[in-house]
Design a protein around this ligand. Sequence first.
Ligand code: KG4
Ligand code: ZN
Length: 363
Amino acid sequence: MDRTLTLLGIESSCDDTAAAVVRARPGQTPEILSSVVLGQADLHAAFGGVVPEIAARAHAERLDGCVEEALAQADTGLGALDGIAVTAGPGLIGGVLSGVMLARGLAAARSIPLIPVNHLAGHALTPRLTDSVAFPYVMLLVSGGHCQFLLVEAVNRFRRLGGTIDDAPGEAFDKTAKLLALPQPGGPAVEAEAALGDASRFHFPRPLLDRDGCDMSFSGLKTALLRARDALVAEKGGISIQDRRDLCAGFQAAVAEVLAIKTARALAMVSDQSPKTLAVAGGVAANRAIRAMLETVSLRAGIAFLAPPLRLCTDNGAMIAWAGLEQLRAGFVPQPGFTARPRWPLDETAPALLGSGKKGAKA
Ligand code: KG4
Ligand code: ZN
């Protein structure tokens, strides 16, 4: 399809209520005309994780205003849209349903196409929105709810190469922060402490390195950290500021090394497809130590490394609008009777990964 397309994207699958307007003109770099993200961290903070009922209610209350704001900031109206893309899964079903119902109503009122988007496809296609990356490329999705390697072959063709069989790395950072009385979300706090610590003092496990492929496991790390913390408490009656820094540094080094080794394996697994780029998405991609390791690994494999701006790495509406736009452009005809799906693996042929994180079932 070679005409200008303007899409509204709606995202409500976890703890961010988001809407955005994206426009693509033929042969030009796509433009994000607006992107509004209303986080819910304050609502869930007291519970140490996302509470599905609270999330669903907050989405239902905020979605209308979020969409209005996105249209206003883009200086456009529903009448100017060529379609509405909405996250139809995977995620917490109450939130997904809120977004789908709103999008369905708006699309019906204006008789415009409604495009169901897989949330993970939104993340996986973002490098094409930000940097026009060509297929095929490798994507490492690494956040509080997701951790998987994908070979992105086409708009609707993804091959899952591996992923976590239990916790996502962001979850491990958050649990580590909790065990060490650091604030949530844990990632930035643990990274700041780690920068001042000695990573060689504590050696934490690097699970599944002996297993072929690029599946990962992060749940044992928190147990190891808990043991190390408790041993210090038993020995000295508490942990010092330097102990905490060293624990954080040891933990972060373990996560970074596992991700780096498994990334090298994922790239080797698809070397016959000659991907030119390794892209990352998800909140954990903000971590400088992890980013640096991944960059080294991809350069060593002769592949470019791409980390889109953080606001587009974490949950947002622009990635959903863009994924919908790519589908329309590729000529897919949206099916009106789709359902919202709590689980929706991008690669339906890959065996299910075990486990489910604090942010809902992993796909
Ligand atoms: O992608 P995201 O905003 O939300 C979802 O999980 O969907 O990712 C949030 C996760 C949290 O677990 C947070 O602790 C982690 O990303 N995170 C980090 C850093 N910044 C955020 N983890 C490690 N280092 C960071 N600098
Ligand atoms: Zn996400």
